[in-house]
Design a protein around this ligand. Structure first.
Ligand code: NAD
Length: 287
């Protein structure tokens, strides 16, 4: 029997419901110890209890850096000073409508800001999650050689556009950009970074009543999500990939093609020039 401390340890955010719940359940079935991170204590606790001793609920709002930093510290310690996997999955749709929000000015006559909670959860929360994941994986060397797998949840809205939710669309494009930029770099030290981009998955994210009118053939089941997780877990070289999930299928999606040789040169060759210059200001670029 595997001892507790030798089991790989994962964090799944938004694990109290839907996609996160399915992934956390899947990981426990594969022998992981999993932290159920969610801002909802009711569903989070229920999920952890249903999964038994290999799951622990930690309440966390991923849009708060401090809360996420506490989450990662507690998860690492609970896991016996190891971290192997993170699914940065928690997400919400636009909390305020860009087009139809109530337009108000403050006492100085300045237009009040748009509520950008959606960006803070879906984008800022994921970047900080990757930052924290890297920190703790590097300190798990005794268990896993400092190697880990980070998966984020983007969306098909990260390739196309959901005009009803411009912030949601922007955040999901952002997650794909983060994946494609950080994936090829972090894999050099054994950390893979990929994201899933699901079509329509029936979860609590969908507004009430929508399932009753949604055609069954346009549903992507949760089994397609766990299939993608298995693909990432089973491949130490797969990184920087935005994988579209539709119906039962996984579609790794390449970046846009370059329109001309100059753009290809800038994207693929000029990286050496950037690196040379950033090397002179390491505190800025981290080189
Ligand atoms: N359902 C779909 O069709 C679909 C398609 C593409 C992408 N996604 C993405 O999948 C992810 C999971 O969504 P879901 O469909 O499972 O929805 P869901 O509503 O069933 O689950 C989301 C979970 O995230 C939690 N959460 C929300 N804000 C949080 C925060 N700030 N900190 C911590 N936890 C928070 C909620 O409490 C909930 O348990 C989201 O990022 C969503 O954008 C969903």
């Amino acid at each position: 029997m595997t001892s507790t401390s030798s089991k790989p340890v994962g964090i799944v955010t938004g694990a109290g419901s839907g996609i996160g719940l399915a992934v956390a359940t899947h990981l426990v079935s594969k022998g992981y110890r999993v932290v159920i991170a969610d801002m909802n204590p009711k569903t989070g606790t229920a999920t952890a209890e249903s999964l038994g001793a290999d799951a622990k609920f930690i309440q966390c709002d991923v849009s708060s850096y401090r809360a996420q930093a506490q989450l990662f510290k507690q998860a690492y310690e609970w896991g016996g000073n190891r971290l192997d996997f993170c699914h940065a999955n928690a997400g919400v749709d636009d909390r305020e409508n860009l087009y139809h929000m109530k337009e108000e000015v403050d006492e100085e006559g300045l237009v009040k800001p748009l509520n950008t909670k959606c960006m803070e959860v879906n984008m800022e929360g994921v970047i900080q999650g990757l930052h924290l994941f890297k920190y703790y994986v590097r300190r798990s060397k005794d268990h896993n050689g400092g190697k880990g797998k980070f998966v984020a949840t983007s969306s098909a809205a990260g390739f196309y556009a959901m005009t009803t939710n411009p912030q949601y669309t922007a955040s999901k494009y952002g997650v794909i950009g983060l994946t494609r930029a950080a994936g090829p770099e972090l894999v050099k030290e054994g950390i893979t970074v990929n994201c899933i981009c699901p079509g329509f998955v029936p979860t609590n994210l969908c507004p009430p009543g929508i399932l009753e009118v949604w055609p069954k053939e346009h549903i992507t089941p949760l089994t397609t999500v766990t299939k993608a997780i298995d693909a990432f877990l089973g491949d130490d070289t797969m990184t920087g990939q935005a994988v579209e999930l539709s119906q039962g299928n996984l579609y790794p999606r390449p970046m846009h093609d370059y329109p001309n040789a100059s753009q290809r040169w800038i994207a693929e060759e000029a990286v050496h020039i950037w690196a040379k210059f950033y090397a002179k200001v390491p505190e800025k670029a981290g080189y």
